[in-house]
Design a protein around this ligand. Structure first.
Ligand SMILES: NC(=O)c1ccc[n+]([C@@H]2O[C@H](COP(=O)([O-])OP(=O)(O)OC[C@H]3O[C@@H](n4cnc5c(N)ncnc54)[C@H](OP(=O)(O)O)[C@@H]3O)[C@@H](O)[C@H]2O)c1
Length: 296
């Protein structure tokens, strides 16, 4: 069985390639230089090379603040490319598993968002991702869209790596404490994406639609930073105090939702996937980045 992974060099793409797939699965993960997913002819040609059992798309324009001034590029990658992928996979009756974001929500809701809650993006990134979702939803009936959030891993740039780096450069950190969300391990997300791709590949009647996939629980960026540095200290790494600040004290080009906590209930109901808590997932990443927990 052949599976095509797009954006294979990204955080999630890297973990998809590292995932323990069942025997008989062959992965194909071209980087963006060998397959630019905004190029319709190139996507069609890639899909013609063999009969893929499923296509997984974690590729995206993920620079949330840069997107505010690089609007066309963000829309090309986050909206046009999913439309191309949906059209070309639908033409071949190939399931498409697509990754989206909590930033499709405006953050004014209380509690945990269900997948069918109304979207109302407040940033270019969120709007372009919401458009990409719609293109997938309407373009290929055999789709699963997994919205995720606050993705971290040992790879590339992400919040865990930034906090560890800054703790080595400063005596204390100030981090936003009024945005609530769900930290998510790229490895755990990759496991869910793989399981769902295999479901859709093996069963034309498998559940389709939009699902939320984040680690269990929720925190603020400040709470997340404190957990990262406490975990670093337990492993003999550096730790500094973290002071909570309001979003208003840390202006950024893109507006971010104050609450983007996502409910994974329908992921569990449809696929039997129940993500573990974010703290355990963070421990695995810190083990890789800092080292094992020290006994004293
Ligand atoms: N990171 C987060 O906190 C977060 C939160 C919510 C949702 N998400 C979603 O989760 C997914 C995966 O995120 P991530 O953190 O793994 O992203 P990432 O590390 O930024 O990876 C994105 C990948 O897309 C590739 N790419 C860029 N332009 C491309 C093109 N034209 N054709 C093909 N590939 C192209 C990039 O290539 P290069 O390697 O050459 O740059 C990169 O490998 C995305 O859909 C994102 O919107 C992420």
């Amino acid at each position: 069985m052949d599976i095509l992974i797009l954006g294979g060099a990204g955080q999630v793409g890297t973990e998809l390639q590292a995932h323990a797939w069942p025997e008989g699965v062959r992965l194909h993960a071209p980087d963006r230089h060998s397959l630019d997913i905004t190029d319709e002819a190139a996507v069609a040609a890639a899909l013609d090379t063999r009969a893929y059992a499923a296509v997984i798309n974690p590729a995206a324009y993920t620079a949330v603040d840069r997107a505010e001034s690089d609007i066309a590029a963000a829309w090309r990658l986050n909206a046009l490319a999913p439309a191309i992928l949906a059209a070309e996979t639908a033409r071949r009756n190939t399931p498409l598993v697509h990754v989206s974001t909590d930033y499709v929500f405006d953050g004014s809701g209380e509690g945990f968002y269900a997948p069918d809650a109304p979207v109302n993006p407040r940033s270019v990134y969120g709007a372009s991702k919401a458009a990409g979702e719609m293109a997938v939803r309407t373009g290929n009936p055999r789709h699963a869209i997994l919205r995720t959030a606050w993705v971290v891993s040992p790879h590339r740039g992400n919040f865990v790596k930034t906090m560890l780096r800054l703790s080595g450069e400063r005596d204390r950190l100030t981090v936003v404490e009024d945005q609530h969300g769900c930290p998510t391990s790229a490895a755990d997300l990759a496991g869910a994406l793989a399981a769902i791709a295999l479901h859709l590949a093996g069963d034309e009647a498998a559940p389709t639609g939009t699902f939320h996939c984040v680690n269990d629980g929720a925190t603020t960026w400040c709470g997340f930073a404190r957990a990262i540095l406490a975990g670093s200290a337990k492993r003999g790494g550096r730790s500094v105090p973290v002071e909570g600040i309001p979003t208003s004290a840390y202006p950024t080009p893109a507006r971010r939702p104050a609450n983007s906590r996502l409910s994974t209930q329908s992921l569990t109901d449809s696929f039997g996937i129940a993500p573990r808590g974010w703290e355990a997932a963070l421990d695995d990443i810190l083990d890789r980045l800092v080292g094992p927990v020290r006994s004293h």
